[in-house]
Design a protein around this ligand. Sequence first.
Ligand code: WTA
Length: 667
Amino acid sequence: MSHSVVHEANNCEKRPTPEEFFKRQPEPGFIKSIDEYHEMYKKSIEDPEEFWAPLAKDLISWDKPFEQVTSGDLKTGNVGWFLNGELNACYNCVDRWAFSTPDKPAIICENDDEAQSHVLTYKELLYEVCKVSQILDDWGVKKGDTVAIYMPMNSQAIIAMLAVARIGAIHSVIFAGFSSGSIKDRVNNASCKALITCDEGKRGGKTINIKKLCDDALDNCPTVEKVLVYKRTGNPEIFMKEGRDYFWDEEAKNFSGYIPPVSVNSEDPLFLLYTSGSTGTPKGVVHTTAGYLLGAAMTTKYIFDIHAQDILFTAGDVGWITGHTYALYGPLSLGVTSVVFEGTPAYPDYGRLWAIVEKHAVTHFYIAPTALRLLRKAGEDQIDKYNLSSLRTLGSVGEPISPDIWEWFNERIGKDQCHIADTYWQTESGSHFIAPIAGVIPNKPGSASLPFFGIDTCLIDPVSGKEIEGNDVEGVLAIKSTWPSMARSVWKNHTKYMDTYLNPYPGYYFTGDGAARDNDGYYWIRGRVDDVVNVSGHRLSTAEIEAVLIEFHNVSESAVVGISDDLTGQAIVAYVALKETEGVNIEDLRKTLILQVRKEIGPFAAPKSIIIVPDLPKTRSGKIMRRILRKISSYEADQLGDITTLANPQSVEGIIECFSQQFVAKK
Ligand code: WTA
């Protein structure tokens, strides 16, 4: 992919932010011009200490000031920011606003059933958080302990996260779509002392057996001493294990008033978030307190152009990094209002998101392209029913946004009057890497544009490992120096951190994505260059899915690839070779395998199609050539290139045939 010329269409005209955006701003933007951006960016790269120190002092309240801005580098991996400073993330996100603007809404929670929706002011949030902190404190959860949170996206999840942070403990939120097996692995890997969950969840009008999924996991989680259960539905049938499980509301009755936040060091972990990589087991990405918080606050403020009176609606789940940074830590660290949505865009109808925007006069709306594709397909009459004129910035996250969806977002939702921010970043970056600063950086639909302050982006030739200079080039996207909100480690496995991110290209942080840089220096993210697929904005490891398939007794080998999909961005196709084919009912087998993936990982990881093949294409050293499978699955079997180096080139014809007979497009 190196040195190829960037696609012609990428060198298109730049589109400035519409005039109406500026009219809707409550006060002038923080950055006045593109020149000012370039100047600030240059300073952030050339003199990071001078650049970040005043911002860290301004945006964060410190219990003890930091003594040094930054230490360590990408070669050694011992990165630190704001050294020897002390602070508390919960204090920064709650207390200071509870004192200055107590009656301002902190969280507007739109529940699946609209009638249950509610608002928490900063004062109320502080009160609710303190109660949970006191329960945990009473249980003996201490600074540095890990607490798992398995909750749907609602205000209680946010309260739980803040309550953990308040006592200096480390939260590990597990996306509530994960199965028991995944909960167990994550809880055990992090040796969580407690778990916070709820009885049942509500999503799209359906009830989800959240506690039951936890119970199945907890049988094999020896470190978990106590479980706090929020009564979301109040189902009296819920199983509660004596001495282990306690109801949130009943415990909270024992406590009232205030518990002081525990000061932690800048570099103490704030949270773990498990994410998929090229290898099978998920990694517990470690984010530390000060640098992460500053990255969250800075990007929310500057990229979205968020002012005190703005209302940010991040329609992402708290189980992923987007929910952490842009539903919780970004907006609350700035004292603005965050809208949290428990349900789905399709319930009770496809107008739900727009109804929320109108109801709360949302100014900033942030969503994944996969939801936009769904909403576009659902038709436009639902959009036109609602007044969306409060909107000013529209954000896109999690996967590439194609120019046609970008245009649709801009025209149909933004009415050509908003700034569109295609934000490129990752769990590991903590906050935005590359995104057009609202009102400042002109857009090119489909490009995330220019890097944020402190993000020293470059492209590397994967063959030579050397940096590619100049514009109109493609390569592997890497970052040349540390930034405050970068992940510091992989939990209990720093070697994996080094091997995944810092050792592939020594001296650089490797993003795992390929990208192009056009004539204007704009970045166009091309997608993962490793074995990670992105299905509906969910990041999945093909190796993890393969490991589940292979567990089935009759499967001898499996290879999973991602193919492009109109609705979900990418979809999973699994190739499976069997030990025994005689007497096997293929349809039943397919169902069993899909069920197994749903059960072991979660429904969102289920393959769209399973192709049973006699053999998989392999190199002479026994490595499965997924590249060939990817081509076949994309109807590009005529472009396989040289297959003579395979140990079994004759397998290819058979696989092509199996694919054409068995591939089923969405049912
Ligand atoms: C992809 C989600 C193109 C990318 C915040 C990255 C994107 C992975 C974009 C991280 C974007 C995220 N354009 N691709 N705007 N945003 N990605 O950790 O491949 O769940 O490496 O973080 O999503 O996924 P993660």
